[in-house]
Write a protein that binds this ligand. Structure first.
Ligand code: LLP
Length: 433
């Protein structure tokens, strides 16, 4: 009935996440409120871990991509589940350090890391830095030299694969700001250069072809290209690639229209390609890394809002306004992303009313769902938007000086605040009066 398997309806006709009544959660913690189902996050982590065990004999590591949702809490869960972490900025790295996350399991990304960020990474013993370009390579080699260490690195390669997803989140093609291309020899040259440097150790390859992808084929094609490139590096430079990082990007079900491939399936097909090319090119099977973000946390999250004004503009449109919007979920205004929603206090009622759910920001494009079907809404209802666990809180803003909502994690019928609601005082704390 719902896009997420962990949602149900109780005897009060209320939406339930895990074993928690969402109407009660809204009452206790206020709205807007992000709610995360911890059991589902853990289950999703295990699907990937088990796939590595099954298809690569455990010779690999799942890195949770923190850009999807980066908090002390998510680092704790990832650590407990035995995952590593992909971080993409000094801020994400700082959160990992503060959370006590093992630094050797951190892979540091970014297409324009600053000298300060690289210093911070080297100083804290980050396991791998995914170097984006020649400028960064030279800077990093100097930083590592000054500290007398050899930093493990890999480069982000554009494998030349065009994944069928929104153009803003497609990254594997040559016309991309991320990484170095194969077609024009850039990728080969940068490995050759790094191979001669004293304080970096290029022991791996990385690619990430895009996000929210629903086909297996582009992942298989990318793996084939990468393994063949590993073969070229061995043949031409004598450089043996020990680690292959295939990025994230697995699609999820936001609405009934989405039909994601089970994650285990992607990994199975990709592993066949990796093994075939390894045999063909005389390579050892590399240590496999993958970086799922969205597919681990998105399905486990919902956002609860309170319905305010309802505007039925005859023969035009019916707007249902809620107490959040593009500040806590900018994905509609950025990508026209679609979501499913349900009135949490009427969760079993038939969705008979076509409405547009609007946020409270001073912006016409501040929409959460356009032309969606809901049970008839009334002022004071609790609206739940589903599958908001990824790229919602992490992309939230304070536009219109609206405080960011709290995040509550539920597990075994218990709920705990894992990120506090911002206060007005938080909003002005950096203002100089
Ligand atoms: N690894 C790398 C190097 C990435 O750039 C990304 C996402 C991931 C892993 C995780 O991909 P996932 O498994 O979450 O698809 N804000 C956009 C998504 C941007 C994704 C950027 N990179 C959205 O809301 O759809």
């Amino acid at each position: 009935m719902f896009v997420s398997e962990d949602l149900s309806v109780n005897e009060k006709n209320h939406l339930v996440i895990g074993s928690n009544d969402t109407v009660e959660l809204a009452k206790e913690f206020g709205t807007p409120l992000y709610v995360l189902d911890e059991e589902l996050i853990r289950k999703n982590c295990r699907i990937y871990k088990e796939a590595i065990d099954k298809y690569y004999d455990g010779n690999g590591l799942v890195l949770y991509a923190n850009k999807a949702l980066c908090t002390a809490y998510t680092f704790k869960i990832a650590q407990e589940e035995g995952l590593g972490g992909d971080v993409v900025s000094g801020g994400e790295l700082y959160t990992a350090i503060k959370a006590g996350f093992p630094m050797d399991k951190i892979y540091f990304h970014g297409n324009n890391k600053t000298a300060e960020e690289l210093e911070m990474a080297v100083e804290n013993g980050v396991g791998h830095i995914i170097v984006d370009n020649i400028y960064e390579l030279e800077m990093l080699n100097e930083i590592a030299k000054a500290r007398g260490v050899v930093q493990n690195i890999m480069f982000r390669i554009k494998p030349g694969i065009d994944a069928h997803t929104h153009s803003y989140i497609r990254t594997g093609q040559i016309d991309s700001k991320f990484g170095v291309a194969l077609e024009n020899g850039e990728a080969f040259e940068i490995y050759e250069r790094a191979h001669m440097m004293s304080n970096v150790n290029p022991d791996g390859l990385h690619c990430h072809i895009g996000s929210n992808i629903f086909d297996v084929d582009p992942f298989c094609e990318a793996a084939e290209v990468m393994m063949n490139f590993a073969g070229d590096l061995k043949d031409r430079l004598g450089l043996e690639i020990k680690k292959l990082n295939l990025g994230g990007g697995y699609g999820i079900m936001y609405t009934e229209k989405d039909d994601p491939v089970p994650y285990d399936e992607y990994i199975k097909h990709v592993s066949e390609v990796v093994k075939t090319i390894a045999a063909k090119r005389g390579l050892n099977i590399p240590f496999i890394l993958m970086e799922p973000g969205r597919s681990i946390v998105a399905p486990a999250g919902i956002t609860l809002y309170t319905v305010g004004g309802i505007k039925d503009i005859k023969n035009v449109r019916k707007y249902v306004s809620v107490d959040g919007g593009m500040g806590d979920n900018p994905r509609y205004i950025l990508y026209e992303s679609e979501y499913a929603a349900v009135i949490a206090n009427k969760a079993g009622d038939a969705p008979t009313d076509k409405v547009t759910v609007a946020g409270k920001c001073c912006e016409s494009g501040d929409i959460l769902l356009n032309d969606t079907m809901l049970a008839p809404a009334e002022v004071g209802d609790t609206l739940a938007v589903l599958a908001t666990g990824a790229y919602n809180y992490s992309m939230a803003s304070n536009y219109n000086r609206i405080p960011r909502p709290a995040i509550v994690a539920v597990s075994g019928g218990k709920a705990k605040v894992v990120v506090k609601r911002e206060t007005y005082e938080d909003l002005i704390k950096n203002d100089v009066f």
